[in-house]
Design a protein around this ligand. Sequence first.
Ligand code: FES
Length: 376
Amino acid sequence: MTENNNNDNTGDGANQRVVGTPTDTADVVTEVPAGAESEHNGPYLASETHPRGEEQQRRGEKIASLWFILAFLGGIGFIVSYFLFPPTAEGPAIADPQISQYSNMLLGGTLTVALFGIGAGMTVWARNIMPHYEVASPYDEMPSKEEEKSSFSDFFMKSADESGITKRPLMRRTLIAAMLPLGIAPIVLLRDTGPVPGDLMKHTRWADGMRMYVEGTHRYIRAEDLENDPYGMISALPALNDEEYPHGISLNDQAKSVILLIKMPEDDWKDGMDSPVREGSDETHLNWTHQGIVAYSKICTHVGCPAALYERTTHRILCPCHQSTFDAADAAKVVFGPAHRALPQLPIGVDDEGYLVARGDFNEPTGPTFWEYAKD
Ligand code: FES
């Protein structure tokens, strides 16, 4: 059915909207004659309706079904294409540009076939099975009249019947089959969100007794290294010594575990250092320092930039991304900016050989706050 918005002035001056493709010969019905009995429950008269012949409907059903089968195969192909390139030990397969190109072409091609098949099938359906209407009706006032509202459901049901969806099981089933893979596809794509992280984001690999080294080197840090600079600051990483990584630590572990070691005169500590590191804990932030050295996460609690601009005279740590500012002398509390929680603190001490070591993990998850974030 097509719609033709020919506005026309009839004799009584009412604007007319012509719906449907006017034929050369047939008179377009411009309004329902008064008292005419409709053979429909809907707004169209029998004289306005051009049902399709049974032969045309049968042929249409077959062609539409073929399109739907093609769409079904396209949808299945889309899901299969997604799994064709499984991730490797180095990471997602599509990190390889060549594989990414093949993957994109296959996913795009199969999705095109699936969507085009459904669209083409529905077009054949509408043009060969559903009846064609030619009607013109006067513009009505808004809202719809009561009788129009009440006739809508009857008309809807009648249209469903006329569409052949109930009478044409082959086409109906193939259409459902064609749409099924596309309905499932978004669920399959959830695989890209990766494994459920569990409490992975709540902890780092810092552990009791673990040494630390200067970022970019394998030189362990001694407490004396900061002695000569009473306002010093160093970025440091846990000495994980993971053999499979060139620097002994994966990028993921670096991103979560990197710390700022800050030295300051102990007279500069503020009251916040006497507060418990966690709710209900006996240990204070000061207990977690070592001879004026404190260790904070370097990852901004706003959205995770490295917060490493340190103003030594005020002990302010500034994040360059959105200017969140933390007070290193006051348990790294936020003093300015969009971050809303302090930088987590790492408990530190020294081992028998005088190297700085962690005495456990951070007091809170590092980095931006996430949905499942909760203080342990
Ligand atoms: S990420 Fe640090 S202030 Fe936004």
